[in-house]
Design a protein around this ligand. Structure first.
Ligand code: KIV
Ligand code: ZN
Length: 434
């Protein structure tokens, strides 16, 4: 049945340090306004992009890819507006994407004229498939595209007012022979001649994610060890999520030597998306590492994101989804209630509550709405918790089972979740108005 052969990534022996977790944040770069935006059914308007940009600044991103100025008038005008209205904070670097083609690079430099500090991100596709099918060029010819692009960037940066850093991506790296991709990157580096005081960015994209995370990490290790001018290079990763492993890929890639991650809020982006920076950052937070990004008000960030992108954050999206801290089932509710009580009694600083990976309050979520909710699966602990928290009613221990069964029976028959008010009315009908 399944006879087709798909691309198999090359093998590498990797010996990167196997740490248990990422112990320091990478440099974060948001590509929401470019990769995220280009994958939307309705791309954002200029005003929407401005509001999203402000959100990214407020979250604490210091590097933001704001668009592909040569792609459309909105993209071009967005870049001009940021510069002309002086909207880029001093500690934020904006980044723009361009293909390694002369007229596109030229138009890009027109867009960034006068930028206080901008990264010019140039790419060309290097994969076997694109070389053979799209460009019909051999390896040397494709390498030459990258070299010519790198030269033109250098020349135009010298002639354009502003302060520029260069970035190169061998696009479709994940479908490219790794040694060849490194060879192309090194040829670009030979043009740019970076030093530790004048760094450039080499960005490794899993344009289409097709390898297991540990295999990709092996590739990152190879790149890390074989790039020339390594002291002058920021090694960046740009994971996509086609196999659903974007977060694992990024985490293992950092352990394997990467310095920087490009991704988006909630994993928006082409196809299955870019790596989700919210999850990556909060994974670090859950392991005691300050990610350097402020996600203390996830509901607000999510509201702005959903409104501007017209996308929906999935109910089970890590940290941000409606149901990710929710316990409906009796045994989970009971364990959470006991864990909370134990923690208070023992005065523990560190988080120990069963079933909750972090304290939802740390990211702006609430216990009432997000944690204990009542349906036919719930138990006595959850029902008593709702009555106590919302209405100050302490159900005596001896009555809890009876009250619990009575309430969940109503939910079972109605086949509905019960709001706290509904739980109260059931209680009231039975014990107060009886
Ligand atoms: O996914 C990709 O390869 C890209 C490049 C342009 C970096 O978005
Ligand atoms: Zn991408």
């Amino acid at each position: 049945k399944y006879e087709r052969q798909y691309f198999m990534p090359p093998k590498f022996e990797y010996d990167w340090v196997k740490k248990d977790y990422v112990d320091a944040p990478p440099i974060w770069c948001s590509v929401d306004l470019r990769d995220g935006n280009q994958a939307l059914i309705e791309p954002m308007s200029l005003d929407e992009k401005l509001e999203f940009f402000q959100l990214l600044v407020d979250v604490g991103f210091k590097e933001i890819e704001v668009g592909f100025p040569a792609a459309s008038e909105t993209e071009y005008q967005f870049m001009r507006t940021l510069i002309e209205k002086d909207m880029i904070p001093d500690d934020v670097t904006v980044q723009v994407l361009t293909q390694a083609r002369e007229h596109i690079i030229k138009r890009t430099f027109e867009a960034v004229q006068g930028a206080p500090h901008a990264v010019i991100h140039v790419y060309n596709s290097t994969s076997v498939a694109q070389r053979e099918q799209v460009f019909k060029k051999d390896k040397e010819q494709v390498k030459q595209i990258a070299i010519d692009g790198a030269k033109l960037l250098k020349q135009l940066a010298d002639q354009t007012e502003g302060n520029f850093t260069f970035e190169y991506s061998p696009e479709s790296f994940s479908g490219t022979e790794v040694d060849y991709a490194v060879d192309v990157c090194n040829a670009v580096l030979d043009v740019w001649q970076p030093t530790k005081d004048k760094k450039v960015i080499i960005n490794i994209p899993t344009t289409v994610e097709n390898a297991m995370p540990h295999v990709f990490a092996g590739q990152v290790e190879y790149v890390d060890k074989n790039l020339k001018y390594r002291d002058g290079v920021v090694l960046s990763l740009h994971p996509h999520n086609d196999r659903g492993c974007g977060v694992a890929t990024a985490e293992m890639g950092i352990l394997a030597g990467a310095d920087r991650i490009e991704g988006t809020l909630f994993g928006n982006g082409e196809r299955t998306g870019n790596v989700d920076i919210v999850t990556l950052a909060l994974n670090m937070f859950s392991q005691g590492v300050d990610p350097g990004l402020d996600f203390t008000d996830i509901p607000k960030i999510r509201e702005i994101y959903e409104r501007l992108t017209r996308m929906h954050v999935y109910e089970r999206q890590p940290y941000a989804g409606d149901l990710v801290f929710t316990a409906f089932s009796g045994s989970h509710q009971d364990a959470i209630a006991k864990g909370m009580a134990w923690r208070e009694a023992e005065e523990r600083d560190h988080w120990t509550v069963p079933y909750l990976p972090i304290d939802p309050k740390d990211i702006g979520r609430t216990y009432d709405k997000d944690v204990i909710r009542i349906n036919s699966q719930s138990g006595k602990g959850g029902v008593s918790y709702i009555l106590k928290q919302n209405f100050g009613i302490s159900v005596p221990k001896e009555m809890r089972e009876e009250v619990g069964y009575m309430v969940k029976d109503v939910s079972d028959k109605a086949h509905k979740e019960l709001t706290p008010d509904w739980v109260y009315h059931i209680f009231e009908d039975h014990y107060v108005n009886y």
